[in-house]
Every structure is written in structure tokens, then in C-alpha cells.
Design a protein around this ligand. Structure first.
Ligand SMILES: C[S@@+](CC[C@H](N)C(=O)[O-])C[C@H]1O[C@@H](n2cnc3c(N)ncnc32)[C@H](O)[C@@H]1O
Length: 354
């Protein structure tokens, strides 16, 4: 499948949770779904021997290619401007400095997307446009700006945040508007084309519960995903690959990163891998096809290899044929799911290859 539209201009999967789940270290070979490339870059901070990113959609690998060029060509603060984490009126000139470091495909792609560059490369996917619509048209009908600011400024304890959420945020109006925003018709268009093919029943109640957890279990002031959804930029909370403390390490290791356009299965042939970041690719598949893919992943993993994946709505775990070969690390996965900062995943799994 070739889909030259950027669907995800950022990765909306919590890189801190991912890093802890995979526990990458020296010598490791990591396979990662690319999306916009943020988490493939984030994992370089942990000093692996190689990170191989893959995506069916060439627009997504172009997003990673431009990030890599930006890490090579710009300074840290300038990368934040190019992404949109910081205000900027010079993204065109910043792009011009990155352009010589791009491959031909990525250069052609980004030359044709100057509007996305000018707005910040993290703004330009269908998913981010959905968030913008939500933020501008729907959110103001539920909550005034001051209340949104209050939520994002955080509170010291989980109990404080829960109490405030229940008293001020969880209104009937919020729940009603959230239901509209997460209906199949609206959310279905924003996500991956087949995102709802395996989903039964209404999404809203399950997603509402996740939002409550994501804004109360951890501090919203430290949550880059929530900050962007509600304000359109990151503020002081940056995702892992953009934090200053990782910048030099990631920049020094860019040669260990490669990316490929095509299905995950094609790259599994380049085994063995010791870690797999598989986004939520399983939830688009019927259970039998998901099991076939789990089996291929298990074959491509070294003994002790770890596999992390999420589900928004259609939970997928390896079925009985994989018993004993893929073992869920229950305590780790459940602990990390409870502190996942991305507000839309109803399940998170970490499995070990045996
Ligand atoms: C699975 S989507 C999900 C993103 C986000 N978590 C969500 O739920 O909306 C992330 C990326 O995976 C890519 N993708 C999906 N299935 C794939 C496959 N079998 N092989 C390679 N890439 C795949 C998509 O093109 C997309 O860029």
C-alpha cells in the first residue's frame, strides 16, 4: 500500500513507557514501526547497535527522514522550532539547512509540503488536524480556556487531580461533546484507514475512562501528548526524543538508524531482533491474522527479546498457539499502562520471547 498522505505527523505512543518496556541497551537490534519516527529516534538514546524503522506509508518515513536531517543540521532549539514545539517565524530557512541532508524521496516530498514545514512538521498529519479541530471547535464548547489551563498546570498528587477532574472537568457537556468527537464517523477519518475495522460497540465510554486516567494518574504539566492535544504545542513537556538531555546522544548515533517502506513482515526477514516496538498494528487484524503475525515476530526475536504493543480499542494478545513462546510480562505491562501519558490506549502489552 502506498499512501502519500501524512497520517501521523508525530508519534502518539508514550516513548517513556516504551523505553522502560523494551529496556534497550548496548548491542541490541530494535525493530520499530516508524509512524513519524519520534520513537525510533527516542530509542537511540539507549545506545542500541541498530534501530530499523518500517512503515507501509512513504509519507511516514519522509517524516523520520526530515527529523534525522534536522538532528544532523540544526541545534536543539532549532529542531524544537521545526517540529512546532516552539514558536518560529523561520521554519522555511531551517528546512533549507536540512534539505541537503535528505535523500531524493524525502526532499521531493518536503519540497511539495512547504505549508506543513511553515506550520511545524509536527502539525501536518490527518491525526494532528483532527486534534486541531477538536481544540478549536469542540473543546471551547465544553470548557473555557482558563479551565483548560488549570488542567494543564497540573496538581501535586493523584488524589488532588482526581478530585479536581470530577468536580470541574467531568461534566455532562464534556461527556456529550467527547462522544461526538470520538464517534466512528469523526475519529475514524483521522486515524489509520482500517483503524475501526475490528472494533465492536461504542468507543466513547472506554476512551473517556482512559482520558480520566491519563490526566490524573500522571501530572498533565509533564505530559507532552496532552499539552499538544489541548494547546497545539508542547510547552515545557517534551517527548523523549526532543529532550535536551538526549539530543547529543541521538545525534551521535543517527548512523545506526535505517528506515524502510513496506510491511513489517518484509523487515522481519532481517532477523534477529532483540526488541520490537509494534505500535498498535495488531488491532487492525482479525485475531487469526494477528496470531500469524505474533508467530512471525516470535521467530524473528532472540531468546528473551521483548515486544511492546498498544491497542486503542480492539485488544489483541497472542492466542493459545503461542502459549509458552510469547509470555506477557504482566507486572511490568500493567504498571506501565497505568502511567501511560497518551490518553487513548485501552491496553498495553509487553511480551518476552521464550
Ligand atoms: C498502526 S498506525 C497507529 C497509530 C496510532 N497509534 C493510532 O492508533 O492511531 C502507526 C503506523 O503504522 C503503520 N503500519 C500499520 N500497519 C503496518 C504494517 N503491517 N507494516 C508496516 N507499517 C504499518 C501505519 O502506516 C502508520 O504510519
Amino acid at each position: 500500500m502506498t499512501d502519500p498522505t501524512i497520517r501521523y505527523a508525530q508519534v502518539w505512543e508514550d516513548a517513556d513507557v516504551l523505553a522502560e518496556a523494551l529496556d534497550v541497551g548496548p548491542g541490541d537490534r530494535v525493530l520499530s514501526i516508524c509512524s513519524a519516527g519520534d520513537n525510533a529516534l527516542a530509542l537511540l538514546a539507549d545506545d542500541p547497535a541498530a534501530v530499523v524503522a518500517v512503515d507501509l506509508n512513504p509519507a511516514q518515513t519522509a517524516c523520520l527522514a526530515l527529523r534525522v536531517a534536522a538532528f544532523r543540521s540544526l541545534e536543539h532549539g532549532e529542531v524544537l522550532e521545526l517540529v512546532g514545539s516552539r514558536a518560529s517565524d523561520r521554519r522555511g530557512p531551517l528546512y533549507a539547512r536540512c534539505r541537503p541532508a535528505l535523500d531524493d524521496h524525502a526532499r521531493r516530498f518536503w519540497d511539495a509540503h512547504v505549508g506543513v514545514v511553515a506550520a511545524g512538521i509536527g502539525t501536518g498529519g490527518t491525526f494532528e488536524r483532527y486534534f486541531r479541530l477538536f481544540r478549536r471547535r469542540i473543546l471551547p464548547l465544553a470548557h473555557p480556556r482558563l479551565r483548560v489551563r488549570h488542567l494543564l498546570s497540573g496538581a501535586p498528587t493523584v488524589a488532588d487531580r482526581r478530585q479536581w477532574y470530577e468536580a470541574h472537568w467531568d461534566t455532562w457537556r464534556w461527556r456529550l461533546l467527547f462522544r461526538v468527537a470520538t464517534s466512528r464517523a469523526v475519529l475514524g477519518k483521522a486515524r489509520y484507514p482500517t483503524a475501526f475495522s475490528q472494533v465492536e460497540g461504542s468507543a466513547a465510554d472506554r476512551l473517556l475512562g482512559r482520558v480520566r486516567e491519563a490526566v490524573t494518574a500522571t501530572d498533565p504539566a509533564q505530559n507532552p501528548y496532552l499539552q499538544w492535544v489541548l494547546t497545539g504545542t508542547h510547552g515545557d513537556a517534551l517527548p523523549r526524543y526532543l529532550r535536551a538531555e538526549h539530543f547529543e546522544a541521538i545525534r551521535d548515533r543517527l548512523d545506526r538508524l535505517s528506515w524502510h517502506v513496506g510491511p513489517l513482515e518484509a523487515v522481519l526477514g532481517d532477523a534477529p531482533f532483540s526488541q520490537f516496538n509494534l505500535s498498535d498494528v495488531f488491532e487492525y487484524l482479525p485475531p487469526a491474522d494477528a496470531d500469524a503475525l505474533f508467530a512471525r515476530v516470535a521467530e524473528a526475536g532472540t531468546p528473551g527479546a521483548r515486544l511492546a504493543h498498544w491497542s486503542v480499542l480492539a485488544d489483541r494478545r497472542p492466542g493459545p498457539p503461542l502459549d509458552g513462546r510469547l509470555v506477557r510480562l504482566n507486572a511490568l505491562a500493567d504498571r506501565l499502562h497505568a502511567v501511560d501519558k497518551a490518553p487513548f490506549y485501552t491496553a498495553f502489552h509487553v511480551h518476552e520471547v521464550r
